[in-house]
Design a binder for this molecule. Sequence first.
Ligand SMILES: Cc1ncc(COP(=O)(O)O)c(C=O)c1O
Length: 386
Amino acid sequence: MSSLRPRREDPPVLEEWYRRHLGPDIHDISSSGVHPYTFAEIRDLCRIPVADLDAIVMDDSVSQGGAGIRQAVADRYAGGDADRVLITHGSSEAIALTLSALLHPGDRVVVQEGIYHSLGHYPRAAGCDVVELPARAVRDGAIDPEVLDELVTPGTAAVIVNFPHNPTGVTLSPPGLKALTEHTAATGAVLVWDAATAEIAHRWEVLADPGAEGGDTVSYGTFSKTFGLPGLRVGWAVAPKELITATFPLRDRTTLFLSPLVELVAERAMRHADELIGRRAAEARRNLAHLTEWMAGHEELVRWTPPEGGVCALPVFRELEEAAAGPEAVERFCLELLARHRTLLVPGTAFGAPHGARLGFGGPEEGFRAGLAGLSEFLLARKAAR
Ligand SMILES: Cc1ncc(COP(=O)(O)O)c(C=O)c1O
């Protein structure tokens, strides 16, 4: 008899949804990132001659990330201090490494409601005392100061947030961020700040990375969202040096370091960030203008809060809300939409929101409009059938 008995664990709803339903020839209007560049576009926009690629020696890199990519990230996000930068396989690895080294069983940790799955997973897995920061406490660019006082008390180990929030697009204003950093510093809590889509802002200016100030802040960034390079699989953390060093034992036993080839492409992409992000941000803004009109035209079927940053939103379908439908209903809704109109959304069940879905507007304009047209037809047909 076989002794093969893998441990069973439920995967995050979001990743399982993509594993099952993301495929070719669909209108994907579900993503939290902009659409990806080809390698030819990257070489052209970031000026990478073939000779530079040919010169790469396919050797080991180093645990913290090669000097070139670390300095490029530091110059944009960490006030030039490359010692405070860790380069990783996507920000997913930065989250896993730093939260595993930071958190202890029994720590009080405040985690934003509906947060990206891995940011919520590690505090629970570490046996922390997790307290939720309610979504409704974030309004007009600030966290309600009474809620902050009540939740982030002296002795709180960490506050984990993601702004602009995936999927709602809610974010903080510069004064709202200042109030949060002052409060965490005063209570001694580490601010853990996921800035995956920080570079695309709608309501206020792009927020400065709180990690750049030094202090007890851990911030994450990635090439996967606003840079249009999800397949590069590079992210980073800006964090105190002692926390970065504390991640090495786990890294030594898992991924060790990145490829020098990947690091070179990432370095050039970071040095040309404005071009890469600028093009896609302009397209996302045109899509957002179209989406805003679309929402106004479908008000009796869908409600939303316009996103303040990033490239996604969480519209709520009134039919599901009015029926107080359970979580299966929104998943059925999304599956039917995909089957009938080849249009993909992510059900809100991936974010604890059973009546809505993640709608991303970072895709190519034509496909985005076709996806929205499919969603229109679908909603109207369902209304007619009721
Ligand atoms: C808020 C947020 N953080 C982190 C990640 C992880 O991304 P990656 O590992 O591709 O950098 C994602 C991906 O969807 C995300 O939405």
